[in-house]
Design a protein around this ligand. Structure first.
Ligand SMILES: [Zn+2]
Ligand SMILES: [Zn+2]
Ligand SMILES: [Zn+2]
Length: 289
């Protein structure tokens, strides 16, 4: 039998041990089947290939792994910045890592950056800003104003007028600042809305933006009811009262689940067992022996 030497392992092997290759003068590959199979397998399970495969699997679920902190997060503008230069259109690191990176970069050239900002403000004609107040300072001042209002209604009216004047004189800048804040802190806005609704309806208990974040993470960014990945925090997920407020549910965090808009709206004011009795049996059935 005619033999052929493998260029890779150096052994003499029968022609049947080599893959056919019409492009080569000998009609078969230079390296033997065993060696080629091994090389192919190695390439398939190499770290790059594995990472690539994971990327595809995650992308299918609308998720992405941060190249910096390695955390898996929804591929939404809440967690990742956009990029025109990357393959998938998103920045390779998550927003938390990105802001840490930017902050470090900014701090490196702090003096220069501050001077540049001040110049830009002067160019745009933005009024000089007083140094930022601490939260305690701001709350103390608000309490003081409130006290003065109660003591002396005329003085209170005067203070209110001054506040309105101040707002009017700088309206656009202040409104833009408020809009920027709202966009950056969707959970905070939900918290405020929920709080004022709760106050209006006199519902017991309250939950905060950080409660919502905690619940989101505990639910792995999936709808509590259907398991779909919830998208952009500012719109597509709802803080759902498991027992609706209209049916006596509280505002305590343990009555709050994250739901997709579809499930939340479809559930409406129904009790879970009125909505989906097969999944949430009514309490009497659940607890009788
Ligand atoms: Zn070989
Ligand atoms: Zn990260
Ligand atoms: Zn859902």
């Amino acid at each position: 039998m005619e033999m052929k030497r493998c260029c890779s392992c150096g052994e003499e092997k029968a022609h049947s041990e080599f893959y056919l290759n019409r492009g080569r003068p000998s009609g078969s590959c230079k390296a033997c089947r065993a060696k080629q199979d091994k090389a192919r397998k190695a390439a398939k399970s190499g770290p790059r290939k594995v990472a690539r495969k994971e990327k595809l699997v995650l992308a299918e679920k609308g998720l992405k792994r941060c190249g910096d902190c390695k955390a898996i997060r929804p591929k939404t503008t809440e967690f990742f910045g956009r990029s025109t230069r990357s393959e998938d259109g998103w920045l390779h690191m998550c927003k938390a890592c990105e802001s840490a990176y930017r902050a470090a970069l900014w701090a490196k050239n702090r003096e220069k950056n501050l001077a540049q900002q001040a110049q830009a403000r002067r160019d745009a004609g933005v009024p000089e800003r007083k140094p930022a107040q601490s939260t305690e300072e701001r709350n103390r001042k608000a309490r003081e104003r409130e006290r003065q209002r109660r003591l002396d209604p005329a003085k209170g009216e005067e203070l209110r007028r001054m506040q309105r004047e101040r707002f009017k004189s700088n309206r656009e800048v202040l409104l833009q600042r408020q809009r920027d804040y709202n966009r950056r802190n969707p959970e905070k806005i939900r918290e405020q809305n929920a709080r004022s609704r709760a106050r209006r309806l006199q519902v017991e208990g309250e939950y905060t933006g950080s409660d919502l974040k905690r619940i989101l993470i505990a639910q792995d960014f999936k709808c509590f009811y259907c398991g779909d990945v919830v998208k952009n925090a500012s719109r597509a997920w709802h803080a759902d009262h498991f027992i609706p407020v209209a049916r006596g549910g509280t505002n305590h965090p343990d009555n709050i689940v994250i739901a997709c808009a579809d499930c939340n709206l479809s559930k409406g004011k129904k009790l879970p067992w009125e909505w989906r009795p097969e999944r949430f049996p009514p309490p009497t059935e659940r607890f009788t022996p």
